[in-house]
Design a protein around this ligand. Structure first.
Ligand SMILES: C[S@@+](CC[C@H](N)C(=O)[O-])C[C@H]1O[C@@H](n2cnc3c(N)ncnc32)[C@H](O)[C@@H]1O
Length: 214
């Protein structure tokens, strides 16, 4: 076999086929047993390659469009790289409420914020289905690779609609290598069913971001 073909197979085809196989198996397992992504896995998904090439935190924060003074809610902050990028954009005066189901994620994030002296992010344990915010009180809600792992996304989007201000934004970001990755049209369908209106869309099939209003 020609040497270039062998190199092509080894460097490109084999890893791609392997990745697709692993993703398919993980997708299948998660369909049968849905569970929140455990803490150790958030270290794996929030990595430098993703932040540099696929989902850059500053770029995502810019597209979200939060302004100084805004009240922001994030569901599923993970390691918090995206939370911190948005929190920088809303200074002075803005606050990000970072809510996650899992105590280890919240405890680790709070420790990191204390070490770094960041005071406008407020992590707390909570469930996206019932958010402790008044109607029409939040400027921005954002989720990065989180909505598709929630079993009833439309119900959660309706809860977001309840707390969102009339001119507020809900921003959803997805990445192909997430085992729960939904097609863009699926996420648009969920949002439509929840009564949301698409305002802007960014990215490509591999990594996309959708902004909705109500
Ligand atoms: C895949 S991680 C994403 C982490 C981070 N946003 C990132 O992209 O690196 C999804 C997170 O959403 C949280 N989560 C899942 N369902 C939730 C729910 N119903 N309410 C709040 N958080 C939830 C999980 O605990 C997990 O930490």
């Amino acid at each position: 076999m020609h040497i270039t073909l062998i190199i092509f197979l080894v460097i490109i085809c084999i890893p791609v086929v392997w990745l697709l196989f692993v993703l398919t198996v993980m997708k299948f397992i998660r369909k049968i047993y849905p569970f929140p992504i455990p803490q150790f896995f958030t270290n794996f998904i929030d990595n430098p390659i993703r932040r540099k090439f696929w989902q850059n935190p500053d770029e995502i924060a810019k597209r979200i469009g939060a302004k100084p003074g805004d009240v922001v809610v994030e569901i599923g902050p993970g390691k918090g790289s995206y939370t911190k990028a948005v929190a920088r954009k809303i200074l002075p005066g803005g606050r990000v409420y970072a809510i996650d189901l899992q105590k280890p994620i919240i405890d680790r994030f709070q420790k990191k914020l204390d070490e770094e002296g960041i005071t406008n992010i407020f992590p707390s344990i909570g469930d996206a289905y019932n958010l402790d915010f008044d109607d029409n009180s939040v400027d921005v809600i954002f989720l990065i690779t989180c909505l598709p792992e929630i079993p009833e996304p439309v119900k959660v989007l309706k809860e977001f609609k309840r707390i969102l201000k009339p001119n507020g934004t809900i921003s959803l970001c997805e990445l192909f290598i997430d085992p729960d990755y939904p097609l863009r049209k699926t996420e648009k369908k969920w949002s439509q069913e929840a009564g949301l209106i698409l305002k802007e869309e960014f990215g490509n099939w591999f990594a996309y971001q959708l902004n909705f209003g109500k």
